[in-house]
Design a protein. Structure first.
Length: 377
């Protein structure tokens, strides 16, 4: 059973999601929020941008993007994969190398300059890692709602209030959006439910282990449970209007200051890749799976699983994008709402990190024309 409530729908999603469903069957910063960025001047030099900008971008040298979870078909990963494989970075004179990574392991790499770009799980994650000495700039945000959910066994809780005194299994930590969701239903972390650390990443065995609830990514574990024939109840923070974000591209404050055109054009290419991933989701999944397999597929990802993942994340991206806006824009109010809600919910019992304007609105905003399409030279 899935708890749902009416949410914004974007009709542009219909054709893309239908195509993806058919594919599934077939495969069984301190920057001011008012900053602005000019679109690149166009000519035939360097694949379409003017010679001066091309030279500026080339001067940055090799640019490394480290993904947040292998090359999964997820927002802020699949768009970069498509952009790379279709030559969009090359068109903008960017020498980009993609390497598989893991979200929380990438922050020190970006701080040190070992990687120039990466993907954040949410804005809260950026704030948390900003307390360890790094300064970051989010410049694209696809998902403006939480991507996490909470599942209970079929015979378990059908209302969140029934988890009072129960046990929640966690992989590493309880996601902030789930802490806020439980708080919304009168359950405070540390007093009203117990948390136990789980081993591994198999939701089937974890849900059968005797725990009363399991945090999941809506775009991953529910698909695994469905394919295994496991019934469950799913509680979605988005349906309770819990603020949140996912699918964020970011860089370091220093790199943005030193190479603004590189950040601007990386955003433009990634957003162009996202346009393609929306228009042809099955094709985007195939590109992701090809890179997953080429990199060794250490996480045992499958085309069926990645098809499910991109279908769910694409729907969440489109649902959470305000009507009339293109995907990926930075909205400072969304970040602030996330932070304020999580402070109120007690996500940081020992003290919340300071809210910093670790974002720039200019790169994504300037990538789009008045027609809502990416301006492409």
């Amino acid at each position: 059973m899935t708890r749902t409530s009416p949410r914004r729908r974007r009709t542009v999603a219909a054709a893309a999601l239908t195509a993806l469903a058919l594919a599934a069957v077939a495969c069984g910063s301190d920057d001011s929020s008012s900053d602005t960025t000019a679109a690149p001047a166009t000519s035939e030099a360097g694949g379409g941008i003017d010679a001066a900008r091309c030279d500026t971008n080339k001067a940055a040298g090799k640019i490394t993007y480290s993904s947040s979870f292998d090359f999964a078909a997820a927002a802020s990963i699949v768009d970069v994969v498509v952009a790379k494989d279709k030559g969009y970075f090359d068109d903008l004179c960017l020498d980009v190398d993609l390497v598989p990574g893991f979200s929380t392991s990438n922050y020190p790499l970006v701080t040190a300059g070992t990687a120039q770009f990466s993907s954040a799980g949410n804005f809260t994650e950026i704030l948390n890692f900003s307390q360890t000495g790094g300064e970051y700039v989010a410049f694209v945000n696809y998902g403006k709602e939480p991507i996490e959910a909470l599942v209970t066994p079929e015979s378990g809780a059908t209302q969140l209030e029934q988890l009072d005194g129960k046990t929640i299994g966690v992989k590493g930590d309880l996601p902030p959006s789930i802490v806020a969701l439980l708080a919304e239903h009168g359950l405070s972390r540390g007093t009203d439910y117990k948390e136990i650390l789980l081993d591994g990443f198999d939701p089937v065995s974890q849900l059968a282990s005797g725990i009363d609830a399991l945090p999941v990514y809506k775009s991953n574990e529910p698909g695994q449970l469905d394919r295994a024939g496991v019934s469950y109840h799913l509680f979605d923070p988005a349906t309770d209007d819990i603020p949140g974000t996912f699918g964020i591209l970011y860089t370091s404050k220093d790199f943005y200051a030193e190479h603004p055109t590189v950040v601007e054009d990386f955003a433009r290419a990634a957003l162009k890749g996202m346009e393609d991933a929306i228009a042809d989701p099955a094709g985007a999944v195939k590109l992701s799976v090809a890179r997953i397999d080429a990199a060794g597929n250490q996480n045992y990802l499958t085309e069926e699983g990645e098809t499910f993942r991109w279908k769910q994340e694409l729907q969440a991206v489109l649902d959470s994008t305000p009507e009339g806006q293109p995907v990926g824009l930075i909205d400072p109010d969304v970040f602030r709402a996330e932070y304020d809600a999580y402070v109120a919910a007690g996500v940081w019992p020992d003290g919340a990190p300071a809210f910093t304007e670790s974002f720039a609105t200019g790169p994504a905003a300037a990538a789009y024309g008045s027609d809502g399409k990416v301006i492409w030279p």
